[in-house]
Write a protein that binds this ligand. Sequence first.
Ligand SMILES: [Zn+2]
Length: 135
Amino acid sequence: MKRTMIYIPEQTHQGLRKLAFEANTSIAELIRQAIDIVYGEDVNGYKLAFNQPSKAVKNCMSCGMPMTKLEDFGGGNPANMYCAHCSNPDGTLKSYEEVFKGMVSFMITSQDMNKETAEGAAKEYMSKMPAWSGE
Ligand SMILES: [Zn+2]
């Protein structure tokens, strides 16, 4: 299996946590089941009939977070390629080290990872992002 990282709303995460606890399973397993129910045929075949990625949604070039609201964009500027988490208040991209640290602590808190695992995952994840592909 492959490891991936997704952003889900806080409330969804809390709900999934409860469900997972009640069903005596993991959040990851619930998500895998949901994907199977909704996209099962599509991902196993070749047609991706609906929910095509919309060109209107921009993703941060540094961390991949979808930027939908004005405050999601660095510096509150919708033309910014980077999200508010990856940008300084003036909208410029933070250093690799700063974004890396932010991502590690995000993974530790949101995905119950230990520091070592989170650091490895963050490093691998960021190496695939356009902003850091040379790092
Ligand atoms: Zn970002």
